[in-house]
Each structure stands twice: as structure tokens, then as C-alpha cells.
Design a protein around this ligand. Structure first.
Ligand code: NDP
Ligand code: 2IT
Length: 447
């Protein structure tokens, strides 16, 4: 059977076995589509059913989370942990708290995480978890109650050699700290390496907070370097205004770019002279407010409620909010407006139609599983520090992050070239990540 037919058959099997899980189907399709040349080169992966195995999570846990709000009312949420693949190391990946969380969302994220983590070169497997809990508008006490109830169930499945969760949408160091406090209490163990993204006082790593956003910009820099371009003086837009977006903007500014817009799920702000990042941090990190408040302090800026940020002309666009936030039409608009690079801070932010537009236009397109791997890579550095009971300086840790991002870029670039798709980072990332995991799985035997 021709390899493309085989891949189509494998994909149809994923759809059949996981009905209705659209996000998971999309993520699987995107990876499988790239793998043709790798399967031709390594037919043993087909014979040993490596793809069927990779598409089936090793373990999926779904649980009930009862908790009380400040009024004493009972609330019930659903919790997930999908332990997808542990060929390269303990399961590793974030927790997302957002009302849109379903098993399909967690499976798409866990699946992406397998290949992303492989690309980092660190010894970490792939997983993801979270809950349909909505942190918006909740008090700190409510967040703590929820985290404690979540951990009462989760603790039995995790451990520094088993599964190491971290943050994602709606989960930052505050939530990780509460989760760690409860884990420590239940187990009577100060097992720092069981969670990453902790605050510095309790075993967190320097640069973890900044790492995903900084890493995205390092990746962008490497891509532009290949094209004999750089970020200095370029107009940029960044969607979202959470952890990833804020530190992507910070690194862009440090490198002399001009960020003119960012957003949240209500709308976007546009500030022609360059956004005031300290104010954004104040609004989003300290007050946990909405991006519309920016306009109160900068009257000359614009706030567009429900606006589409991708309509703003720019040279560089970094989607850093959520999946499928940039569609085919948006991609066409960006290319038409002269955008030269789109690098993804979020996981799967571009729809398949959008990806097609970028690849056909031949602009620099950096897929999330490569470009946003700096976060999980720095989580692995946090695990290293915890294992050796050490803590490293900001400068040293940032240098390590920079080296890792350059390594990921170069691996994606050279793999694309080797498999006949020069400049196609989608193919490069998917094939390079897959080969690492697949080879490890063969070596481990039928487990
Ligand atoms: P945060 O919770 O800190 O911020 C999320 C941002 O995205 C907010 O501005 C939020 O707006 C916006 N957003 C979230 N969901 C939606 C939605 N459904 N529609 C529109 N806007 C939305 O999360 P992070 O910055 O950590 O995560 C952002 C992306 O980066 C995610 O795709 C995540 O998976 C990915 N990522 C995160 C890493 C990390 O280390 N944190 C590592 C690698 C990838 P609002 O406040 O209105 O909801
Ligand atoms: O999507 C991601 O890579 C993350 N949310 C970070 C995971 C981690 O374990 O640091």
C-alpha cells in the first residue's frame, strides 16, 4: 500500500476510535500528514505499529472535583490527566483551567506535547491535564479550594519519576503553589520535582515565567536569521495578554521591535507608538483585569471590542492565546498586509487552512510544537535543579534556554531539508519529534 494511503487509513482509525474529538483529530492529522517520507525511510515503524501506539494514550484519567465557593455553595467540575507517552521520560505537560476544556482538548494538547518535548532533547514524555473550571471572577480562596480538591484526586497518579504537571491557560505559579502545598500535605514529602512552574521561594526556576514567550522570540530570531532578516524595528502584533504573550512582547521590545497590539478574549488594544508593557503587566498579572482597561491610561490608544487583531498590518505576528484563533481568511489578510513571519506561542493557534496559506506564501512559519517548547524545556531545567537541590542564576538559565531554542530550530531546519521540504518547519518539527519518540519506543520493546 502506498504510504499516503496507509496514513489516511491510520487517520481514519483515529477518528473512528475517538468519535467527536475534533481538536484531537486535527492535531493527529497535522502530524500524520507530515510523516510520509519518514515512514518510507523507516518501514519498521509501520510493521511495529508505532503510529497506532503513539495515537493511543498510555493512560487517561477523568475525575470529579467537588468544591465549595465563598457562599458555601457546592460546585462540581471535571478533571483530566492524559498520560500520553513515556518513551523518553516521565510524563510532562501542563494543566489548563478553562471552561472550554474537554477530553478532546486535553488529548490534542497531550499529543502535541509528545513531539514538542522530544524536540527539546530533554528526558520528558508527553501529557496534559486540566479542568473545565473557570478561574475568571473567582476569589483567591475559591481558587485554593478548587486546587486542593483537584490534587486530592490527582496526587496518586503523579510523582517526579512518573508524571510532572505544570501550568497552561488559567494555571500560573499561584495555582501550581496551591497544588504543590496540597501534594506535600497529602504525601508528607517535599518532592519539589513533582510540579514545575513553582514560585522561586519553593523550588521554582528562574526564567520559567518568561521562558515560553522568550523562547518563541528566540525561535523567531533564528528563523529570520536564515532569511538574513532581524526583528529590530519591525512592527509586531501578539494575540493574548497572558503569560506567553507578555513575555514574548518583553523579548521583542528588548530586541528593538515595536509591538503595536495585543488582546484578550473580549477584544484588542492598538497603540501605534508601541504598547506600554509595564501597564499590561499591572493590569493582567497584578490586578487580573481586562485588556480594555489599557485605554483608561493611554487615551491615544484604541480598544476594539470583539475586534479581529489579525487585520492590523504588521511584519511579524505571534499568536499567543489559544487553539484555532487564526483561520484561513486571517492568514490571507496577514500575508496581503506584508507579514513576513508567523511564529506560534499558543498550541495549534492556526487552523489547517491558515497553515496552508502560510506555507504556500512561503513566509517564515514556526509551528507551536517547536516555537513554544521553551516553556516545557525550562520546566525540565527546573526538574534538574530540584533533583540536584540547586538553583541557577537568571543569566545561566536564560543562556540554557537560548541554546535549547537554537537547537530545536536547527533540528527542525535540517530535518526538513533532509526529508526534501526545505524551509518547511511543520514537516521538520513533526518528523524530528516523531523520529526521537519512535526510535525510543522500538528500543523499549512492546510496552
Ligand atoms: P494565560 O491563561 O496566561 O493567558 C491566556 C490568554 O489567551 C489570555 O489573554 C486569554 O484571554 C486568551 N485566551 C484564552 N482562551 C481563549 C479563548 N478561548 N478565546 C480567546 N482568547 C483566549 O495562558 P498562557 O499564556 O499560559 O497560554 C497561552 C497559550 O500558550 C495556550 O495555547 C497554551 O497552551 C500555550 N502554551 C503555554 C505555555 C506555558 O508555559 N504557559 C507553554 C507552551 C504553550 P482571556 O483572559 O480573555 O481568557
Ligand atoms: O504547552 C506547554 O508546553 C505547556 N503548557 C508547558 C508544559 C510544562 O510542563 O512546562
Amino acid at each position: 500500500m502506498a504510504v499516503q494511503e496507509k496514513i489516511e487509513e491510520l487517520y481514519q482509525e483515529v477518528v473512528r476510535k475517538n468519535p467527536g474529538e475534533n481538536e484531537f483529530h486535527q492535531a493527529a492529522m497535522e502530524v500524520l500528514q507530515s510523516l510520509g517520507p519518514a515512514l518510507v525511510k523507516y518501514p519498521e515503524f509501520v510493521d511495529k505499529k508505532i503510529i497506532e501506539r503513539i495515537c493511543e494514550p498510555e493512560r487517561q484519567i477523568i475525575f470529579r472535583i467537588p468544591w465549595r465557593n465563598d457562599k458555601g455553595e457546592v460546585n462540581i467540575n471535571r478533571g483530566f490527566r492524559v498520560e500520553f507517552n513515556s518513551a523518553l521520560g516521565p510524563y510532562k505537560g501542563g494543566l489548563r483551567f478553562h471552561p472550554s476544556v474537554t477530553l478532546s482538548v486535553i488529548k490534542f494538547l497531550g499529543f502535541e506535547q509528545i513531539f514538542k518535548n522530544a524536540l527539546t532533547g530533554m528526558p520528558i514524555g508527553g501529557a496534559k491535564g486540566g479542568s473545565d473550571f473557570d478561574p475568571k471572577g473567582k476569589s483567591e480562596d475559591e481558587i485554593m479550594s478548587f486546587c486542593q480538591s483537584f490534587m486530592i484526586e490527582l496526587y496518586r497518579y503523579i510523582g517526579e519519576y512518573t508524571d510532572v504537571p505544570a501550568g497552561d491557560i488559567g494555571v500560573g505559579s499561584r495555582e501550581i503553589n496551591f497544588l504543590f502545598g496540597q501534594y506535600k500535605r497529602i504525601t508528607n514529602r517535599y518532592e519539589s520535582g513533582v510540579l514545575t512552574g513553582k514560585s522561586l521561594n519553593i523550588g521554582g526556576s528562574m526564567v520559567r515565567k518568561e521562558s515560553t514567550g522568550y523562547g518563541v522570540v528566540y525561535f523567531l530570531k533564528e528563523m529570520l536569521n536564515v532569511l538574513k532578516e532581524n526583528v529590530e524595528g519591525k512592527t509586531c502584533i501578539v494575540s493574548g495578554s497572558g503569560n506567553v504573550a507578555i513575555y514574548a512582547m518583553e523579548k521583542l521590545e528588548q530586541l528593538g521591535a515595536r509591538v503595536v497590539a495585543c488582546s484578550d478574549s473580549d477584544g484588542y488594544i492598538y497603540d501605534e507608538t508601541g504598547v506600554d508593557l509595564n501597564l499590561i503587566k499591572q493590569i493582567k498579572e497584578i490586578e487580573r483585569g481586562r485588556i480594555r482597561e489599557y485605554k483608561k491610561y493611554h487615551k491615544e490608544s484604541k480598544y476594539i471590542e470583539k475586534g479581529n487583531i489579525w487585520e492590523i498590518p504588521c511584519k511579524i505576528a505571534l499568536p499567543c492565546a489559544t487553539e484555532n484563533e487564526l483561520n484561513g481568511k486571517d492568514a490571507t489578510k496577514l500575508v496581503k498586509n506584508g507579514c513576513i513571519a508567523v511564529v506560534e506561542g499558543a498550541n495549534m493557534p492556526t487552523t489547517p487552512e491558515g497553515v496552508k496559506v502560510f506555507l504556500e506564501a512561503g513566509i517564515a512559519y514556526g509551528p507551536g510544537k517547536a516555537a513554544n517548547a521553551g516553556g516545557v524545556a525550562t520546566s525540565a531545567l527546573e526538574m534538574q535543579q530540584n533533583a540536584s537541590r540547586d538553583s541557577w542564576s537568571f543569566k545561566f538559565t536564560e543562556r540554557r534556554l537560548q541554546e535549547i531554542m537554537k537547537g530545536i530550530h536547527d533540528l527542525c531546519y535540517s530535518t526538513a531539508e533532509e526529508f526534501g521540504a526545505q524551509g518547511n518547519y511543520v514537516k521538520g518539527a513533526n518528523i524530528a519529534g516523531f523520529l526521537k519518540v519512535a526510535k525510543a519506543m522500538l528500543e523499549l520493546g512492546l510496552v
